[in-house]
Design a protein around this ligand. Structure first.
Ligand code: F6R
Length: 242
């Protein structure tokens, strides 16, 4: 992977946004892979600023989110459907009909995984996939032990991940126990990966992902199998790299 170490999250967001804007300029109906959580926030902020300043037409942009909690009401403010609407679609001005989030509704969960994979395939695949990395080494919600060939499916969240994400909920008990996530195989089919990581809490997982053996124990290490990966990090996240 190409590793770019920048002084702060702000510059990292500017760089990632510039890659995305170049892709939009080339293909106005580009298919983006959207991560949620803290890591892509500066990228979405930079995209919002530049799209407004430059008057970029983003009406054709398509997108697929990485994952969703299972069993939260769709209108729950921390459902990724809502997070993507609030933090990505609204500020950047994307067309909500073109942005897809896996359906975590328990009533239809049996069909949701296949439907999501099919929708990505029918869109022609993801051009640029944004990724964060969990302290456990997960990408998407592919926790350690996930098959490197996995596709979209329901997974159990680890206690570590539930604890890490408790900051978005009132209480730990409110954090869902299950999720639906794109698989590692799904992620690897994107034509370009951009992995963002900031802060010392990511340093260990990032070094294992970039320099360690490729292993299901560190699902993010699967990025080493991909021919076009850009890892954009700050000094703290890079501190365990050789
Ligand atoms: C989010 C996702 C996760 C996060 C990861 C890091 O859609 O798939 O893999 O990217 O848990 O989360 P943050 O960025 O909040 O530290």
């Amino acid at each position: 992977a190409e590793v770019v170490i920048l002084e702060n999250e702000h510059s990292a967001g500017d760089l990632a946004a510039s890659y995305i804007l170049a892709a939009i300029a080339e293909h106005p109906d580009v298919v983006l892979g959207l991560a949620t959580g803290s890591s892509p926030a500066s990228t979405y902020a930079a995209l919002t600023r530049r799209v407004r300043a430059e008057g970029t037409d983003v009406s054709g942009v398509r997108g697929f989110a990485l994952d969703e909690y299972v069993g939260l009401p769709a209108e729950h403010p921390e459902s990724y459907r809502e997070v993507i609407r609030r933090e990505v679609i609204q500020p950047i001005g994307l067309d909500p009909a073109r942005i897809h989030v896996p359906n975590g509704d328990i009533a239809t969960i049996a069909e949701a995984s296949g439907a999501f994979e099919q929708a990505i395939a029918e869109a022609g695949g993801v051009e640029i996939q944004l990724l964060g990395i969990g302290a456990s080494g997960h990408i998407g919600f592919n926790e350690p032990g996930s098959s490197l060939a996995s596709v979209t499916r329901v997974k159990t969240l680890t206690e570590k991940t539930r604890n890490d994400n408790a900051r978005f909920f009132d209480r730990l008990d409110d954090v869902p126990t299950h999720c639906i996530t794109q698989g590692i195989g799904t992620i690897l089919r994107a034509r370009r990966l951009i992995l963002l990581a900031f802060g010392e809490g990511k340093a260990h997982a990032l070094a294992a992902a970039v320099e360690g053996p490729v292993s299901a124990s560190i699902p993010a290490s699967a990025i080493q199998l991909h021919p076009h990966v850009t890892v954009i990090v700050d000094e703290a996240a890079a501190s365990h790299l050789q």
